[in-house]
Design a protein around this ligand. Structure first.
Ligand code: FMN
Length: 176
């Protein structure tokens, strides 16, 4: 699958997964795609914990009341950032941008390998969920999970969200 096909096929999946493990070689390939993402000043600030131990995957999955992909994930990828990021350029840090670039690379790799996932971020931000998962993963002080990717082979086809047409959001040379 070429990159444009992966971009076109990628979509958020919140449905059930097949009872089919994701081999470590694939998990490693997906995270390697994240490691290869650009980062501000090449600071490579995002780190990753890959969860494939069944009991831990279930424990984290059970925290989500409604998302079947999280509940039934075969594996999870936790993307980790600093709670107090160090500035890398004139007082600015790029931890969130670094993390987002890594996540998008991984979403495309997930799609290219025939798996499905969804970018879980907003859900982590409430009810101390990020802190709970941070503790379950044994993260050191100063580190917190920013994005969680549940992974598996999708059991259902899932509707793709409509995107606005080019003309509505992009222009040459002048806005609008
Ligand atoms: C920063 C960010 C945070 C997100 N947080 C969540 C989340 O917590 N839970 C969830 O189910 N989807 C989450 N999503 C997925 C979006 O809802 C999804 O990308 C959007 O509805 C467009 O659908 P698509 O990914 O299928 O194109 C998040 C996406 C982004 C980029």
């Amino acid at each position: 699958m070429d990159v444009f096909e992966a971009i076109a096929k990628r979509h958020s999946y919140r449905g059930p997964f097949k009872d089919q493990p994701v081999p470590r070689a694939d998990l490693q390939r997906i995270v390697q795609a994240g490691l290869q993402a650009p980062s501000g000043k090449n600071a490579q600030t995002t780190t990753f914990v890959i969860v494939d131990e069944a009991e831990l995957v279930r424990k984290i999955g059970s925290l989500h009341a409604s998302n079947k992909a999280v509940q039934q994930a075969q594996a999870l990828i936790a993307c980790i950032v600093d709670t107090r990021p160090e500035p890398v350029h004139e007082g600015h840090d790029f931890q969130i941008e670094d993390c987002a670039a890594a996540v998008e690379n991984m979403l495309l790799a997930v799609t290219a390998l025939g798996y499905a996932t969804v970018w879980i971020d907003g859900w982590l931000r409430v009810q101390d969920r990020a802190e709970k998962i941070t503790n379950l993963l044994g993260l050191p002080a100063g580190k917190v999970i920013r994005v969680l990717l549940p992974l598996g082979v999708p059991e259902e086809t899932w509707p793709r969200k409509e995107k606005q047409p080019f003309e509505a959001r992009a222009w040459f040379n002048r806005y609008g």
